[in-house]
Design a protein around this ligand. Structure first.
Ligand SMILES: [Zn+2]
Length: 378
């Protein structure tokens, strides 16, 4: 058993001011709940890593404007970590926006699409739920690979950005929100036992990049909604056409801040599974069950996939971002940016405290952390 409670508490004195960064604080608190669940489930390594995630954030200060920003942070990179998935979503959104700006020169048009593989999946036991989710994701992946080989797709599509999303229905009873969304309301009312309780719905969100002429009449590039449905149903080969949602994004070359486009971007870059879908503060047993199922079911599964011109743009963008990052870092040092200090997580009152660089405690903490890091590597 690990004992976390003593860690870092001695480093924060009452004279220090609590640091109000609401986003980091709330995400960090949720990461702790995940770490506790990992601990109960016996995923000890994951538990230690997520517990340490965001323990400190180092700030640098612009000497002229006095603005501060986060320069360094200790992150765990766990797929289900609320802190890390939040940061990842921000990064992915920035990257996708840059990709689209980069590709605009090629006169692309975009289509936004949701592809499902049928009704929600269930499992009576945890093992059955894990298998059902895995099977559904495999079915979706195989169908998508088949789709990409179809002549009609090859003709009209220049590339894609595809993400996997999997909502979990964790409401035991029917709420008004669930009721309104029910496909089949027959005999059900608000307050009844939710027939979809603990069901999972893996599906794809896709932004297709299509040739400029795709939407113009009198050519064979355009694929009607019905044709899309048929193509997808054929590739899935499950005997029926599942829900498919298609939205053409009417981009205007002169208006890159198109609402539909940005809305589509938001949709494909959001979390594969929202942390509120598996971290339920009031119910540790349910949390453990969901954390276990999701960890096992999504093990080794890729949630983002790129093809064609999106893939090409991604490569270029990553290089540019890296270069830009290096230039920026050097410029910051040249321009006399200083390390302002850092905020440390306080385990007693579960919030961050600011420690200035000149503070003796801060220096002591640095040494201690170096030791921890060295220790970790061996
Ligand atoms: Zn993390």
């Amino acid at each position: 058993m690990m004992n976390y409670s003593t860690k870092n508490t001695q480093n924060t004195k009452k004279t220090q001011k609590p640091y109000d960064n609401k986003d980091w604080t709330s995400k960090k608190n949720r990461s702790i709940l995940l770490a506790e669940s990992y601990q109960r489930l016996g995923y000890y390594k994951k538990s230690i890593r997520t517990k340490e995630c965001g323990n400190y954030l180092e700030y640098i200060k612009n000497p002229k404007t006095k603005d501060t920003k986060i320069h360094k942070a200790m992150l765990c990179r766990d797929r289900f970590c609320p802190v890390c998935s939040w940061r990842k979503t921000i990064k992915q959104t920035t990257e996708l926006n840059s990709m689209i700006d980069f590709m605009d020169t090629d006169n692309n048009r975009y289509l936004f699409m949701t592809l499902t593989g049928g009704k929600r999946v269930f499992g009576d036991t945890e093992a059955e739920a894990i298998q059902a989710i895995k099977d559904r994701i495999d079915l979706l992946n195989k169908a998508f690979a088949k789709l990409m080989k179809r002549k009609q797709i090859k003709n009209s599509i220049l590339g894609y950005y595809r993400s996997l999303e999997m909502p979990v229905d964790k409401e035991q009873y029917i709420t008004s929100k669930i009721y309104n969304k029910l496909d089949n309301k027959k005999g059900l009312k608000i307050g009844d036992i939710n027939p979809n309780y603990l069901s999972y719905h893996p599906h794809f969100h896709i932004i297709w990049s299509v040739k400029e002429e795709y939407f113009s009449k009198n050519n064979d590039l355009y694929i009607t909604d019905k044709q899309w449905g048929n193509l997808w149903a054929e590739c899935l080969n499950i005997g029926f056409t599942p829900i498919i949602d298609i939205r053409a994004i009417k981009t205007d070359k002169n208006n890159k801040n198109n609402d539909d486009l940005r809305g589509g971007i938001k949709e494909v870059t959001k979390y594969a599974v929202k942390d509120t879908d598996y971290i339920i503060k009031s119910d540790p047993a349910l949390t453990d069950k969901l954390v276990c199922i999701l960890n096992e079911a999504l093990k080794g599964k890729r949630t983002i996939s790129l093809g064609g011109n999106f893939k090409k743009a991604n490569k270029e963008i990553k290089l540019l971002i890296q270069e830009d990052e290096n230039i920026k870092n050097n410029r910051e040092i040249e321009n006399g940016y200083t390390i302002e200090g850092r905020i440390d997580w306080n385990w007693n009152d579960k919030r961050y405290y600011f420690t200035s660089k000149n503070n003796r405690i801060y220096k002591k903490l640095d040494k201690k952390d170096n030791k921890t890091l060295i220790h970790k590597k061996t």
